[in-house]
Design a protein around this ligand. Sequence first.
Ligand SMILES: Nc1nc2c(ncn2[C@@H]2O[C@H](COP(=O)(O)OP(=O)(O)O)[C@@H](O)[C@H]2O)c(=O)[nH]1
Ligand SMILES: [Mg+2]
Length: 437
Amino acid sequence: MSLNWFERGIATTPTADTPPDYVAWAKQAYEHIRQQQQSEPTPTPPAEAPPEEAEPPAPTSFLARAAALRQSRLAALKESLAPPAPAPTEATPPPTPVPPAPELDEGFLWSAEILAAQGRKPEEVTLEEINWLQKLRQGLAKTRRNLLNQLKAIVGQGPLDERAVTELETLLLQADVGVTVTDWVIQQIQAQIRREALPPEVALKLMGGLLRQVLERPYQQGHPRNLTPLPGQLNLWLITGVNGVGKTTTIGKLAHLATKSGYKCLIAAADTFRAAAVEQVKIWGERAGVEVISNPSPNADPAAVVFDAISAAQARGVELLLVDTAGRLQNKQNLMAELQKVRRIIDKKATNAKVESLLVLDATLGQNGLRQAQVFTEAAQLTGVILTKLDGTARGGIALAITQELGLPIRFIGAGEGMMDLRPFSSYEFVEALMGI
Ligand SMILES: Nc1nc2c(ncn2[C@@H]2O[C@H](COP(=O)(O)OP(=O)(O)O)[C@@H](O)[C@H]2O)c(=O)[nH]1
Ligand SMILES: [Mg+2]
């Protein structure tokens, strides 16, 4: 059975009362990946993300200590690995090409630590997972750098006091975390401070924990933790959002994850407003190896396309039908009416389907994007959010504002334009990539 990519990364709360031996874990994972690569001749491309420049920490700060600790772990990891195989002698036959080893750098170790802390086993880890985590961390680097550089100044110098708390407030607002979440986080920290002074490490940990609580609130309010298409039945995911946020790209990436995970998938090209939109979704369908149902006539009725696609899905035993929609029409009322019509067709025609209505938001737009999206929350009966373009923003904190304002779980995050640059959301991984040291 193939790996279900929709289940990846949902893992659990970190188990780490007794943190694992990260060097030993990373070594096992590294060796496991090497073995995997040697048994499968298809070379895996190395992570595209360039190694992140180290953040030069102030020499005495706890950040410097954290960086030094990871460096020493990295050195220990390199040392513990067996030396490379000796060059072949003349008598040996020419070697079969071996795919390049994963880069053994700080990013590899960071990713390994994140997986280890979630209770994952080194022998389950793939290079793709390591690469994705590096990409996520790289994507959030701008936000993290801003946060950490200022946090250093605020909490690096000693126990947290009231002045430091006010500065923290500004910092969270700058990262686009939003007023409500910022106020709540600050209140919680202040309540702690009243009991005891907080050393910097503790303050950071506390803050990370609070941010995670915000991201996980929708699970307490009845949304399942995990959005995995139910196998053997029709799941229909309606993808909505403003023009240009990344809906079509996301559908291509989701189709790819679905086929990789062994689902039978189909795409409905229901953005009929722009001629180019149908062509674009077809290209993605081709890349992902997934058929696209469309209507070539100009200004075809999107609801009719959805109707046809549901019929096709039912006839062929499709498990995941992804519906692309328009993000802009002549005006807001038209857009709303069209979405509502599509939704009615779905509810009428796909009675046995498990329907999800997912709003795509562009992280680079920050709070503005959230305001623009209001029309969709009214028309589409949303069940979740997909956050794109985390690779291009210094406002990664928007994820928190979204969860707070919409009361919806973030289901997937996109950090790049490639086929593999989208994964299920994990609050633990997100917060670590956002402010982990
Ligand atoms: N950097 C980056 N670009 C993205 C991401 N997702 C989508 N894009 C780009 O955003 C632009 C608009 O995407 P598209 O899917 O056409 O948006 P739509 O109008 O909502 O369907 C395209 O140039 C995409 O390549 C992402 O996660 N990161
Ligand atoms: Mg589109």
